[in-house]
Write a protein that binds this ligand. Sequence first.
Ligand code: PLP
Length: 395
Amino acid sequence: MTHEELKYTEGQYVMQTYGRFDIDIDHGEGAVLYDHAGRAYLDFTAGIGVNSIGYGNAKWVEAITEQAQKLGHISNLYYTEPCVALAQVLCTRSDMSNVFFSNSGAEANEGMIKLARKYSFDKYGKGRGTVLTLQNSFHGRTAATLAATGQEVFHNYFFPFPDGFRIAESATIDSVKAVAGHDVCAVMLELVQGEGGVLPMEQEFVHALAVLCAERDWLLLVDEVQTGVGRTGSLFAFQQYGIIPDAVSFAKGIAGGLPFGGFMANERCRAVLTPGTHATTFGGNPICAAAALEVLDQLGEPTLAAVSDKGSYIRARIEGMNLPCLGATRGMGLMIGIEVKGNQTNKELAALLAANGLLVLTAGQALRLLPPLTITMAEIEKGLTILYDTLSHVS
Ligand SMILES: *Cc1c(COP(=O)(O)O)cnc(C)c1O
């Protein structure tokens, strides 16, 4: 199909829920994507934080291919080695106790919510099922995770939402206390709010929250669907906050481009979910697990340290450009937010950059960068050159 045929046919046959760029993508190599006509795009989006080890990664392709030739799927009624080996690596490298595998971020968060409610039910009985979340959070698009999401824009149309969530007005301990009550079983938060605009949590707030959770026997649930799997420069962001979550979810980057996710529990919560209380048909799929094992293998300590360095470098370079349309940068590792000022919106700036061959994301009012974690310095330079050449004329 030509580009125009693709667009037309998509309009006819795909539900129109996405605002797409006027670009088709055919294939990729490293951090560079190519459209059907062969035009190159530097990719600072990684499929929204998913393609953690870049495009066309030979060892990743080999891992998937080998596993597909052996076994593509078998239900959770049987043991499979990729799933078990992955569970061991993930838990060992994050000091968590055990893991449940799911297919997406929202599903992983739903699992954490169920874990918290059952923990509380087992100990205190009914009436303690409320999960507190924060303003500007994003936890997914299912009915429950939308209710947990602290952004009004996502709450149109879909009433009634499930009960059992209350949103604190800001990321401060006083706001959390203001929505607390005897019905609470957990707090769920992102350590860097992604969709909300790349907003890192203050260390002091997170520590105070961990203390409050311990005092009231609430579970501390950390949504690392975006921050997890090396994105912030450590395998999980919580490892840079000096806290031990009761449960932590992950998805996006875990399998380097295949749909996969899950959540881990700490020692105190390892046995909360018992046989028959939670399940999913595709969870722990052997091909996805083999892909995830390869991703984790490629994200060793030197690569994670480089993620922090590359992130600092990109931020320093962009701030040093003093562009009239961009303000301060924020974030952790290769999860970067750039304030937008001047006359253009973040979406208009992203469209201008795309037209010149650089793909970036938006979040809240900001531009957001989530490049592949393995992006090279040469690729970073190319992307930054396009950014400067495009935006230096924009006021
Ligand atoms: C993307 C995201 C989700 C939702 O993940 P899906 O795989 O789209 O269901 C949940 N939480 C956070 C923090 C995310 O960034």
